[in-house]
Design a protein around this ligand. Structure first.
Ligand SMILES: [Zn+2]
Length: 137
């Protein structure tokens, strides 16, 4: 955990272009932005992914994600957003500390929809898949 770059940003050991900070989370500009205002929101405690984030931290964390999105919307007036997180190496997660990407979007910016990141259509019926997921509770 000590070598985690986002923990170091959370502790102030490594500087970042912070947008704001709460008791639970920090929003800062991505050092390699894909769009103007590309922002990341991280929880202050180390959690590798959404599943690792303690339940009591989920609400305050997503409130920070919402606040960051609203601030960017006011400041940069994008046409929309792509919001999301990579979970696991296979999805493109490069830092093992939960981070939510806020990507402001403009007409003609060359980007695509979030669902375009994968093309792996299921071979099973959606009812069978849904039943598997419901039974996993
Ligand atoms: Zn960390």
């Amino acid at each position: 955990m000590n070598s985690c770059i986002f923990c170091k940003i959370a502790s102030g050991e490594i500087p970042a272009e912070k947008i704001f900070e709460t008791e639970h989370a920090i929003a800062f500009l991505d050092i390699m932005p894909r769009a103007p205002g590309h922002t990341m929101v991280i929880p202050k405690i180390h959690a590798e992914n959404l599943s690792d984030l303690p339940r009591e931290e989920v609400g305050p964390y997503f409130e920070a994600c919402q606040r960051a999105t609203d601030l960017i919307k006011k400041a940069l007036t994008p046409d929309g957003f792509t919001l999301g997180m990579n979970y696991g190496r296979v999805s493109g997660q490069e830092v093992d500390h939960l981070h939510f990407h806020i990507l402001p979007r403009w007409q003609g910016d060359g980007g695509h929809s979030l669902q375009s990141v994968v093309s792996n259509k299921p071979t099973e019926d959606v009812k069978i898949i849904a039943e598997k997921i419901r039974k996993a509770t």
